[in-house]
Design a protein around this ligand. Structure first.
Ligand code: CAA
Length: 470
């Protein structure tokens, strides 16, 4: 199919981004919204996004005009009659989407492919609302759509394989990489990403660490492009909560129970960037307690001791703060246990650690060039607790036969901007280290989902540090 004209229904953040992606690829787009006001918001999205590219010199004024001219905005769904493909990006309500699909089925020419950008609802149920279930697919883009390189192409049991292939080819024409998956809650990316984000909210809710500290831990300690709370604000807390509910409904796994704190934010209307405030955006943001610099004694890291000495601190045994690098024994009083992860220094504090020592340690680590992450002394602290469970989810997904290692790695790299995919990361950390870390987490939290995936355990037992690939 030539795909000369496509329709996009719903011009919120995702819909407007998708319309831009098609227009940039030289395809005529009819963008449909419910009323003139919503249409004006959609136009503003498009103008802002292409304006940003213009300011950065990525588009010339003429190219920008051409892109905008390719998008016709309308409030009439009848204008989609001759579209080769219509993709919907309206709010995630099954009744409203099913009604839209039934209407599109009546309005559009018989060859039109009907696609949904749903992140959580069953594509099969939408296909069943039409008289052309073989021509209905999921075409799932990632936020921001003009930037992220992945499209999940979701086929159902009734999708014509030729249609699925045509849509995958179209994704390539848009400059994206398609990953073809079956219709399962969360597909690949959201099924891996959202439980990890929800886990971060649980750590915050349990007071294991603060919002900024968790974000710093994952961005600077693991190298992810954004911390979990910044990413939740980008995705939308209501969307995230909805996806968690859908995952739980399908799996009934403890890993997929939506965090009550996430629910509270949603109930309070704090939805993230789209509402102006989510985990970030509080007027009190950015205030920090101050603690004076102190004398220090470093145990277990020559490098840290040298950095502090170079900054003018004298290492003395009776110092106010003792930084004990590594180890797993609980510490108390003026001793703070430190785990160094890249640029990040996790500071594990027990119920017996003096608050003054924690504040002093935080300042000292900053002076030594690390980003301190004060946290409660729990198994895995912040980084390993979040990361190892996330990696374990990827192994379980592969083990279930839903997606290949290559597709999972590609999906997380291109859909979420990871530098390396979960399997590449797992192998670079070491399978045995991750398996043992998961065992510690499981021993502490007893949640079934934190038990190492059987495949991971077997590979470690067999002495392997690599997943078998065909
Ligand atoms: N619209 C258009 N372009 C945008 C943009 C937006 N909203 N936000 C950023 N960009 C562009 C910038 O213009 C810039 O372009 P150039 O490289 O051409 O100059 C580029 O993206 C990088 O942006 P910045 O330099 O401003 O910022 P950054 O380096 O921090 O990157 C980011 C921003 C691309 C968003 C990066 O942080 C990232 O990859 N984050 C992860 C995002 C992610 O995980 N998305 C998936 C969420 S899950 C989802 O969407 C599915 C679902 O169903 C919920």
């Amino acid at each position: 199919m030539a795909f000369e004209m496509v329709g996009v229904v719903g011009l919120g953040t995702m819909g407007a981004g998708i319309a831009e992606v098609f227009a940039r690829a030289g395809i005529q787009v009819a963008g449909v919204e419910a009323d003139e006001q919503a249409l004006a918001r959609g136009r503003a999205h498009l103008e802002r996004s292409t304006g940003r590219a213009l300011d950065k010199g990525k588009l010339t004024p003429a190219e920008r005009e051409e892109i905008l001219a390719r998008v016709t905005l309308t409030t009439s769904r009848a204008d989609l009659r001759d579209a080769d493909l219509v993709i919907e990006a309206i709010p995630e309500r099954m009744d409203v989407k099913a009604e839209l699909f039934a209407e599109l089925d009546r309005l559009c020419k018989p060859s039109t492919i009907l696609a949904t950008n749903t992140s959580s609802l069953a594509v099969t149920a939408l296909a069943a609302a039409t008289g052309r279930p073989d021509r209905v697919v999921g075409m799932h883009f990632f936020n921001p759509a003009p930037v992220m390189g992945l499209v999940e192409v979701v086929g159902t049991v009734v999708t014509d394989p030729g249609v699925r292939a045509e849509v995958a080819d179209l994704a390539v024409r848009l400059g994206k990489t398609p990953v073809e998956v079956d219709d399962r809650a969360g597909f690949v990316v959201n099924r891996l990403l959202l439980p990890y984000l929800n886990h971060a909210v649980t750590l915050l809710d349990h007071g294991v660490a603060g919002r900024d500290d968790i974000d710093n831990a994952m961005k600077l300690g693991v190298g992810l492009p954004m911390g979990p709370f910044h990413l939740l604000d980008l995705i939308g807390l209501d969307t995230a909560y909805e996806i968690m509910n859908v995952l739980f409904d399908e799996s009934r796994s403890d890993r997929h129970v939506p965090s009550p704190l996430l629910r509270s934010y949603v109930a309070a209307g704090l939805l993230g960037r789209k509402s102006g405030r989510g985990f970030y955006g509080d007027p009190g943001d950015g205030q920090q307690e101050k603690a004076p610099a102190r004398t220090v004694h470093v145990v277990g890291s020559r490098e840290l001791a040298d950095r502090l000495e170079a900054a003018g601190f004298k290492d003395t045994e009776d110092a106010d703060v003792v930084l004990q690098v590594g180890g797993s024994t609980p510490v108390s009083g003026r001793t703070v246990r430190v785990q160094l992860k890249g640029q990040v220094a996790e500071l594990a504090t027990s119920v017996l650690t003096e608050q003054e020592a924690v504040l002093g340690a935080r300042d000292l680590l900053k002076i030594a060039g690390y980003t301190p992450v004060p946290c409660k002394d729990r198994a895995g602290l912040v980084v390993d607790a979040l990361l190892y469970c996330h990696l374990n989810d990827a192994v379980r997904m592969y083990e279930s036969g839903y997606a290949s290692i290559e597709d999972i790695d590609a999906a997380m790299r291109l859909g979420c901007g990871y530098v390396v995919g979960p399997f590449e990361l797992l192998e670079s950390i070491g399978l045995a280290k991750v398996r043992d870390g998961l065992r510690d987490l499981h021993a502490e939290w007893r949640s079934p989902s934190s038990a190492p995936a059987p495949l991971l355990d077997k590979l470690v037992t067999a002495g392997l540090n690599r997943f078998p690939r065909p």
